[in-house]
Design a protein around this ligand. Sequence first.
Ligand code: RB5
Length: 149
Amino acid sequence: MRIVVGSDHAGYKLKEAIKKFLTERYIEVIDVGTHSEDSCDYPDYAAKAIETYRVEELDGGILICGTGIGMSIAANKHRGIRAALAYNPETAELCKRHNHANFLCLGGRTTDIDLALKIVDKWLNTSPEMGRHLRRINKITELEKRECR
Ligand code: RB5
């Protein structure tokens, strides 16, 4: 499995912990930054991670800012990206099973590291369900083809 990770300054520490967690489990991690706690802008790192996900044809991505909210808003502006802000293992499982979330967002200031790692583990180890869930995903994909109103 190959995963891209990205964060702003507020998500940097959690990103580093997630990188270690994934690497120890033999998951290939591509880190698009940021690489310090110096202030930066989360939309830039969402865009870099999504570009990498597409070009490298990765299995998914993890984005972290202070709350996970900015990253999820920014990531969901990109076509084909279903970014979900999960706050416990149950939402991590459901966002993959029901919403086919290809990006997981986390809050570095709102979710402690132990819980965040459980969320990551659950998201990675859950498969998307098809049937009615795929029908709903297809409706979201159709929305992306519309002109802005
Ligand atoms: C940065 O201070 C903070 O606003 C950002 O990390 C994020 O939480 C935005 O949604």
